[in-house]
Design a protein around this ligand. Structure first.
Ligand SMILES: Cc1ncc(COP(=O)(O)O)c(C=O)c1O
Length: 460
């Protein structure tokens, strides 16, 4: 066979009879030879098929649906690197517009003098928020001739893991305020026991990951006012609004949790959660230059101007920022309200139906962000637990995670549903049918369900 005959026969071979498909591939070594793009595509595509169906994944907060026009835009802009502001000044200008739009949405009193940026997600945004608090504290301590050793950050034990990372990576002591049956989230209760002269700030979560609960930023702030009156300590708040900062402005507009509360120094959110963009994009906005020390900003000159940048990453996709702007334009305030309210309605419909099934008690009802969780009632059938229900639902394609609550409440297992755009009322009623059938099955068990450590399935 000539070389060109060989090439022809490669292309002519039906895809699953080609090398790579019909032969064994090394798993952890790069193959020596090339393969046709069509074969490589099929191989990767088929492996990814084994993942769960993203739309039926009720564990994730991250967007799994966007309009076809957004997809088109995504494909056309997938090659843009956010950090290349020289090369992509129009994308940089849109980034600037987006965070100012958010600052405005979050009632920043003077968006012209605020500072903000896009990030890869809420985690990076929270790291930057925490770092700014730390720098600001250090500067004040230095100015007063005091030690800058042993900074601490006060937060609830129910924060998302990104705050543990922040404390660990940036060497700040996490001051954990425990969650208890009476105080399921940070509410200012006994805050004076945790705040001292080394406190760089307090984190308030808008939309607790475990339950969806909003931590009452205004009450926390009022408590910090009292602490300041008693001790002189002036402690600022970072609001981790990963989910809630894109829900509350539309669905609970009267709730004051943002820059309307004077102590709020910065607010972060995930564009890829209720910002309704595919992963990964996040946002952070600081109140003003005082909240973000100049020492954290890198100045790059671009197009004759000065482009301040601050980020932990260098290169990252620019397309998501354009997609965020697409959503702002496409939906506007009315559209965001409609989408989020639609998700809240589905969450509340599901929560009520689950409450009425009998064995469950709701921990939250989907009236903050469209997220709710439930537990088994005391005295429930001992032959099954929520991990079993999770596994039974998984067999029908639904991913509905069961997991232990944070630290002090770790004995308490809950199950959670995150409703996102795309979980229609119709799909939700189908979920309820499956849920009822599986609960019936489990309730009829007269011996314990065999199981092997399904706890490991949980991920935020
Ligand atoms: C409250 C909270 N903060 C931060 C994060 C981390 O967000 P990201 O996945 O965008 O980094 C999450 C993710 O679930 C969250 O719920």
């Amino acid at each position: 066979m000539t070389e060109s005959d060989m090439a022809d026969s490669l292309i002519l071979n039906p895809v699953f009879n080609r090398d790579g498909e019909a032969t064994e591939l090394p798993r952890f070594e790069m193959p020596q030879e090339m393969m046709l793009p069509g074969t490589a595509y099929q191989l990767v595509h088929d492996q990814a098929m084994l993942d769960g169906n993203a739309r039926l994944n009720l564990a994730t907060f991250v967007s799994t649906y966007m309009d076809d026009e957004a997809l088109k835009l995504y494909m056309q802009t997938v090659d843009k690197n956010m950090i290349d502001k020289d090369e992509y000044p129009a994308t940089a200008a849109i980034e600037d517009r987006c965070w100012r739009i958010l600052g405005n949405l979050w009632h920043n009193p003077d968006v012209d003098h605020a500072i903000g940026t896009s990030t890869i997600g809420s985690s990076e945004a929270c790291m930057l928020g925490g770092l700014a608090l730390k720098r600001r504290w250090q500067a004040a301590r230095k100015a007063a001739g005091k030690s800058t050793e042993n900074p601490n950050l006060v937060m609830s034990t129910a924060v998302q893991v990104c705050w543990e990372k922040f404390a660990n990576y940036f060497e700040v002591e996490p001051r954990w305020v425990p969650v208890t049956e009476d105080h399921l989230f940070l509410d200012g209760h006994e805050l004076e026991k945790y705040v001292d002269e080394n406190t760089i700030g307090v984190v308030a979560i808008m939309g607790q990951t475990y339950t969806g609960a909003y931590e009452p930023v205004k009450e926390i702030s009022a408590k910090l006012d009292r602490i300041q009156a008693d001790t002189g300590l002036d402690v600022r708040i970072h609001v981790d609004g990963a989910s809630g900062a894109m829900v509350a402005p539309f669905c609970q507009p009267d709730l004051e949790w943002d820059f309307r509360v004077d102590r709020v120094a910065s607010v972060s959110t995930s564009g890829h959660k209720y910002g309704l963009v595919y992963p990964g994009v996040g946002w952070i906005v600081w109140r003003d230059a005082d909240a973000l020390p100049e020492s954290m900003i890198f100045h790059a000159s671009y197009l004759g101007g000065d482009m301040p940048t601050l980020s932990l990453n260098f290169s990252r996709p620019g397309a998501q920022v354009l997609l965020q702007y697409y959503q702002f334009l496409r939906l506007g305030r009315d559209g965001y309200r409609a989408v989020q309210q639609g998700s809240l309605d589905v969450a509340q419909y599901l929560a009520e139906a689950i409450e009425q099934m009998g064995p469950f008690e709701l921990i939250s009802r989907g009236d903050t962000i469209p997220v709710f969780a439930w537990r088994l009632k005391a005295g429930a059938n001992p032959n099954w637990n929520l991990y079993d229900l999770q596994d039974r639902l998984r067999m029908k394609g639904w991913q509905v995670p069961a997991y232990p609550l944070a630290d002090d409440l770790a004995d308490l297992t809950v199950q959670r549903i995150v409703v996102r755009a795309g979980l229609s009322h119709d799909l939700a009623s189908r979920l309820l049918m499956d849920l009822r059938a599986e609960v019936d099955f489990l309730e009829r068990l007269d011996a314990p369900m065999p199981r092997e450590g399904s706890e490991s399935h949980f991920h935020h």
